[in-house]
Design a binder for this molecule. Structure first.
Ligand SMILES: NC(=O)c1ccc[n+]([C@@H]2O[C@H](COP(=O)([O-])OP(=O)(O)OC[C@H]3O[C@@H](n4cnc5c(N)ncnc54)[C@H](OP(=O)(O)O)[C@@H]3O)[C@@H](O)[C@H]2O)c1
Length: 304
């Protein structure tokens, strides 16, 4: 039973729908809506209270691309959480390739650096006690249907992983979907590494699968938005993607169902929807302990 849960990026899309569903689970007493924008957070809180009839939502201001904001959020939590959902993320906005003051790209900061810091700080303060779920993506093992290639690393050394963090691995790409997959791949590796380090806590990477009805494409360039949204509509019609309900259910299941083993990464077995399976069976590099630790150590180079 999980009493207190924190969800990052909880004012929209999968984060908000997961908050709604988790609030209906037996034993849940508090859900922290981890949001960067207070106004949007308040709107989401009111909507969730109306939908569920429960007054258990509390806003926690957190911008996962700003490590000071992450640290302040952890300090302001007055009691430990039992469940953490690292959901904030996506394609990183119009300036996804710009560097943050920590030296990583915006897209890396929002998907991974902030969540690594959040987890580290929670563990250090003994404020995370049972389970952490990371919002992964099938892009981590490549998705032929979407033209996304499997991450192609030459050495999988710490240096090579660090070049994903600071963006040099990708040169001057203008396409946010290029770094997105490798970053989600690194996230899954980091989760497996930290799972070995903290055996008393369950760490699960779970992809929601290709999910419509979120705001995920809203920050892409206008042309890319039209292309991606159009493609999602067609794919929904032919059953290649699914609705918000299905994606959020994967997060609820991953967080509450202890039969998913710690350190594993679950996503669609085929394509972007349908039954889920352990992704290490599709992409063996995910199970390589050295790669996992190299990914984690590379990320830590950017946390001062
Ligand atoms: N939808 C899919 O098909 C799909 C597939 C695979 C994986 N995923 C993953 O699932 C997660 C949720 O995706 P979604 O489709 O639900 O996206 P979404 O509708 O765009 O929601 C993203 C949420 O993250 C928040 N966020 C963005 N940057 C943030 C920051 N710096 N600090 C705090 N919060 C921030 C957004 O807040 P604002 O409103 O303030 O921007 C929003 O609440 C992402 O990690 C995504 O990569 C999605």
């Amino acid at each position: 039973m999980l009493k207190r849960i924190l969800i990052t990026g909880a004012n929209a899309g999968l984060g908000k729908e997961s908050a709604r569903k988790m609030a209906m689970k037996t034993g849940v007493e508090k859900i922290y809506l981890g949001c960067r924008n207070e106004e949007k957070a308040l709107m989401a809180k009111r909507e969730l209270e109306q939908q569920t009839g429960k007054m258990i939502f509390e806003i926690l201001i957190i911008d996962v691309s700003d490590l000071n904001s992450v640290r302040s959020a952890v300090q302001s939590l007055e009691a430990p959480i039992e469940g953490l959902v690292m959901n904030a993320g996506g394609t990183g906005g119009q300036h996804f390739n710009d560097k943050t003051k920590d030296g990583v790209t915006q897209i890396f900061a929002v998907n991974l650096l902030g969540h690594v810091t959040l987890t580290n700080e929670l563990l250090k303060a003994r404020k995370l006690t049972k389970v952490a779920l990371y919002a992964g993506s099938e892009a981590a093992r490549g998705v032929k249907e979407m033209g996304m290639k499997r991450p192609n690393l030459k050495t999988s050394s710490e240096d090579e992983f660090a070049s994903i963090c600071d963006g040099t691995f990708f040169g001057n790409t203008k396409d946010a979907t290029v770094p997105y997959g490798p970053i989600k791949y690194m996230a899954a590796l980091w989760m497996s590494s930290i799972a070995r380090q903290y055996p008393d806590i369950r760490f699960i990477t779970m992809s929601p699968g290709a999910t419509t009805g979120t705001e995920g494409f809203n920050t892409l360039s206008p042309v890319k938005q039209v292309v991606m949204k159009g493609m999602m509509k067609v794919m929904l019609m032919i059953g290649k993607v699914h609705k918000l309900d299905v994606g959020a259910n994967r997060f609820v299941d991953g967080l509450f169902n202890a039969s998913y083993p710690s350190g594993a990464f679950y996503a669609s077995k085929k394509g972007l929807t349908g039954a889920i399976g352990e992704q290490g069976k599709l992409f063996a590099d995910l199970n390589n302990n050295t790669f996992q630790d190299n990914a984690k150590n590379a990320i830590h180079r950017f946390i001062s």
